[in-house]
Design a binder for this molecule. Structure first.
Ligand SMILES: Cc1cc2nc3c(=O)[nH]c(=O)nc-3n(C[C@H](O)[C@H](O)[C@H](O)COP(=O)(O)OP(=O)(O)OC[C@H]3O[C@@H](n4cnc5c(N)ncnc54)[C@H](O)[C@@H]3O)c2cc1C
Length: 484
């Protein structure tokens, strides 16, 4: 009889693990607490508008690249069309200064020089480096050959490993420095992370899939079901059952137990290690990661369905405030709006969708208690404040908002179980640069982990590849040759 595996979580990592496990002859069952696949890779529809949470750029969307081939195996690429953006974002301050961070390095060069000719040496080097980075591909296996192919990029990794803030402090023009810092995200992350995304977008290797995130998850779910896999929704895991230091199965919230020869957890890392396994299979290194690495912060995700054409508004727009605006207990220096105009499948004809997210204080929302009157009032207040900020930029949008939707960190916890509402696992900082966390735990056999908590930078590529790697590990445990 074929060995059996229980996979916890039907997000992108769990679906990937499920497909690869089936391709390698395992009996598989995915246990997912929600009613749909995808986890964070999701979207929801309100009154004819679809609010897409996740994919802005999918690294590996270029045919022929190694990652594309993996996606293809998973059924993700079949019939999929991609939109390739010409800009990372536009950034506007309150003094009429504005730049667009173009994905084409030559166009970017002209744009940055326009703001600050005095920074020519910095700008030249940056744009040259982006050109080099655009040839970089995400590695699927870390073979010796792969590492050799990465050698040309080592010096760039070293150069851009410091934080956005540290590297951009070299920029002489304060206007350019502030606009670029706002455009490349928060200060603590390595500049390499957004720069690589920008370069891959420029190389048409990080496109946006038309239709959005949920159809991508459903495509992999379909592939999994076609391969004969089983997925059980509304199945919330509460513990991992072990016997003689081997994972034997899981306990579900309804009290039932399910057993298998192997267990892969593709759900939240903190819950897996410290709750379901009660910290029994953890050493100082792993504990240290969970104490010291920086997760992506929790967010409030706000969506607007607008009854007007939005083609006059930039695709991505970041507003930089002179004085931070306080929203839900957090002072926001910037706010970034995303106009989904490039995907007409998300809104009725002649209308449009704008989404944004702001950093949140987890404790603030936790204290309000999910769905209490105070919580609902605060959600409404946040939505209105953010809409007012948008209408300050585009007064023609006032009176045009037909639907407003606000998802808080508690929404993220409820629907995906991610630790303190984090939306993408670990940030890439100088301390966690290209760090992979262990997928197997010390002292526990018959078990491995996958998903955004075992790779820094999170994202769909990390989730999908770690699911594949967990199956490779499982094959090796059963003495099977990994095939796909
Ligand atoms: C706003 C936003 C923008 C993003 N943009 C991008 C982007 O542009 N490109 C990109 O590549 N990535 C992006 N990401 C990140 C990407 O969505 C995630 O990193 C990736 O989807 C994580 O997949 P995962 O399977 O590891 O985890 P998850 O998606 O969290 O999946 C975990 C699954 O486990 C299930 N689960 C949890 N607990 C239990 C339990 N007790 N029992 C049973 N099931 C359980 C959950 O319901 C969920 O389905 C973005 C994310 C967000 C929120």
């Amino acid at each position: 009889m074929a060995p059996s595996v229980l996979i916890i979580g039907g997000g992108m990592a769990g679906l990937s693990a499920g497909c690869f496990a089936r391709m390698n002859g395992f009996e598989t069952e995915i246990l997912e607490m929600h009613t749909i696949p995808g986890g964070l890779c999701t979207a929801w529809t309100r009154k004819g508008y679809t609010f897409d949470l996740c994919i802005h750029w999918l690294c590996g969307s270029k045919p022929g690249t190694p990652l594309y081939q993996v996606y293809d195996k998973l059924g993700l690429m079949e019939g999929r069309r991609f939109h390739h953006t010409d800009s990372w974002t536009s950034v506007r301050d309150e003094h009429g200064n504005e730049i667009t961070i173009y994905t084409d390095p030559d166009r970017l060069y002209d744009e940055l020089i326009r703001i600050s000719p005095e920074d020519t040496p910095f700008i030249s080097r940056l744009c040259k480096d982006i050109k080099k980075l655009s040839r970089m591909e995400t590695l699927v296996d870390m073979t010796i050959l792969d590492i050799i192919r990465y050698i040309p990029y080592f010096s760039l990794m070293k150069r851009y490993k410091p934080t956005v803030h540290d590297i951009l402090s070299e920029v002489k023009s304060p206007v350019l420095r502030n606009l670029l810092t706002a455009g490349f995200g928060w200060e603590g992350q390595s500049l390499f992370f957004p720069l690589m995304g920008l370069a891959m977008q420029g190389a048409k290797n990080a496109g946006y899939p038309i239709g959005g995130s949920l159809p991508c998850a459903k495509a992999i779910e379909k592939r999994y079901l076609d391969l004969g896999g089983v997925i059980r929704y509304k199945s919330k895991v509460t513990a991992i059952i072990t016997e003689k230091n081997r994972a034997k199965g899981v306990r579900l919230a309804d009290g039932t137990e399910r057993y298998a020869d192997y267990v892969i957890s593709c759900a939240d890392g903190h819950t897996t290690i410290f709750e379901w396994l009660q910290g029994a299979y953890c050493d100082d290194t792993i504990r240290g990661y969970y104490q010291n690495l920086k997760p992506f912060p929790p967010i409030v995700f706000i969506s607007f369905g607008l009854s007007t054409d939005l083609s006059h508004i930039p695709k991505d727009l970041t507003i930089l405030f002179d004085n931070p605006v306080e929203i839900a207990g957090v002072k926001q220096d910037t706010i970034s709006f995303r106009n989904h105009v490039h995907d007409p499948t998300l809104y009725p004809p002649g209308k449009g969708v704008i989404t944004t997210w702001i950093t949140a204080d987890y404790s603030y929302w936790d204290r309000l208690q999910y769905h209490s009157e105070a919580y609902l009032a605060e959600k409404d207040d946040v939505g209105r404040k953010v809409l007012a900020l948008l209408c300050q930029q585009y007064p023609d949008l006032s009176e045009r908002c037909e639907v407003m939707d606000v998802a808080t960190p508690m929404t993220f916890v409820r629907y995906t179980g991610n630790w303190r509402g984090s939306y993408e696992g670990w940030q890439v900082t100088p301390d966690s640069f290209f760090l992979d966390l262990p997928q197997i735990l010390p002292g526990l056999s018959g078990f491995s982990m996958a998903g955004q908590w075992v790779v820094t930078g999170g994202g769909i590529p990390g989730a999908v590849l770690s699911g594949r790697k967990a199956v490779k590990q499982m094959c090796s445990d059963f003495g099977k040759k990994f095939v796909y």
